[in-house]
Design a protein around this ligand. Structure first.
Ligand code: PBG
Length: 308
């Protein structure tokens, strides 16, 4: 490598785990040495408001991109679901790593599943996608905001502020916290968001040397599934203020894509759903499957669900 590889990472325990995971894969599979550059982002600092109200999950990504642009780092490791649908000019996703469990997890201290929660129970989540789906499953629940990194959210549960919370299984597993999961939502019940459970490796678009190396770490089935999922979101305007879920799974060479859209303001309105499938062998085909799903949602009335 012409320049040493510095990996820009947020400093939450999950972000550091993910960056160290990539560091180890670079060393073990490609014989490349990399160092970490820890950074605090605006997304980590703003804990009192829903991210959708202050600029979105992109807040987790922007400072890392600045480090890439300024040459302080060469690689940024992200949870793919936090990566905006359109990368700014000059940046590229060089690889998508094999997906961890994409499901959402029900986490509680006294209850084994959503069905066991008493009438009117308080459930913590600040994700519009989770809020709308929770209210479909249990309209009686009171869903209250819950922000912060995984450890913070678990602590707020343990302090008694909520009877249950919903978190991505992938993050809990990575941090050795799978024991906190009381039950997993099947994807048909609580459809994950685009890219959930996958890691995305971002570089400067002109860094051809690193792009070629990282391509060897990419997991093609995950990459294509996530491209399809992300294309749904992109086609609908792609902001995280949308309660949008999109999840693709393989049946042989056929990619099956489910998408669901909740109402941006009326959280109890019924979700619009689409299921499409096609033989997919490249990124273009994956993206057109995603666009097809978005077209179906529009035909079902997505226009009136999207924020004005
Ligand atoms: N939005 C925050 C975030 N970004 C990635 C994960 C977990 C790991 C993943 O889904 O890849 C989480 C926590 C959560 O949603 O519970």
């Amino acid at each position: 490598m012409t320049t040493p590889i510095t990996i820009a990472t947020r400093e939450s325990r999950l972000a550091l785990w993910q960056a160290e995971h990539v560091q180890a894969r670079l060393a073990n599979e490609l014989g490349l040495k990399a160092t970490l550059l820890g950074m605090t982002t605006r997304g980590d600092q703003i804990l009192d408001r829903a991210l959708s109200k202050v600029g979105g999950k992109g807040l987790f990504v922007k400072e890392l991109e600045a480090a890439l642009a300024e040459g302080r780092a060469r690689l940024a490791v992200h949870s793919l679901k936090d990566v905006p649908m359109e990368l700014p000019e000059g940046f590229a996703l060089a690889a998508v790593l094999e997906r961890e469990d994409p499901r959402d997890a029900f986490v509680a201290n006294g209850y084994a599943s959503l069905a066991e929660l008493p009438e009117g129970a308080v459930v913590g989540s600040s994700s519009l996608r989770r809020v709308t789906q929770l209210l479909q499953l249990r309209p009686d629940l009171r869903v209250e905001p819950l922000r912060g990194n995984l450890d913070t959210r678990l602590r707020k549960l343990d302090e008694g502020g909520y009877q249950a919370i919903v978190l991505a299984a992938a993050g809990l597993k990575r941090l050795g916290l799978a024991g906190r999961v009381r039950s997993l939502f099947e994807v048909g019940q609580m459809l994950p968001c685009a890219g959930q459970g996958a890691l995305g490796l971002e570089i400067r678009a002109d860094d051809a040397e690193l792009a070629a190396a990282l391509a060897q770490l990419s997991h093609m089935p995950t990459l294509l599934a996530c491209e399809a999922e992300r294309a749904v979101s992109r086609a609908l305007g792609g902001s995280c203020s949308l309660p949008l879920a999109a999840h693709a799974r393989w049946q042989g060479a056929t990619l099956c894509l489910d998408a669901a859209l909740g109402h941006a303001e009326a959280h109890a309105a019924p979700l619009l759903r689409s299921s499409v499938a096609a033989a997919v062998a490249d990124v273009d085909a994956a993206r057109s499957l995603g666009q097809q799903a978005a077209t179906r949602l529009r035909d079902l009335g997505a226009g009136s669900y999207l924020p004005g």
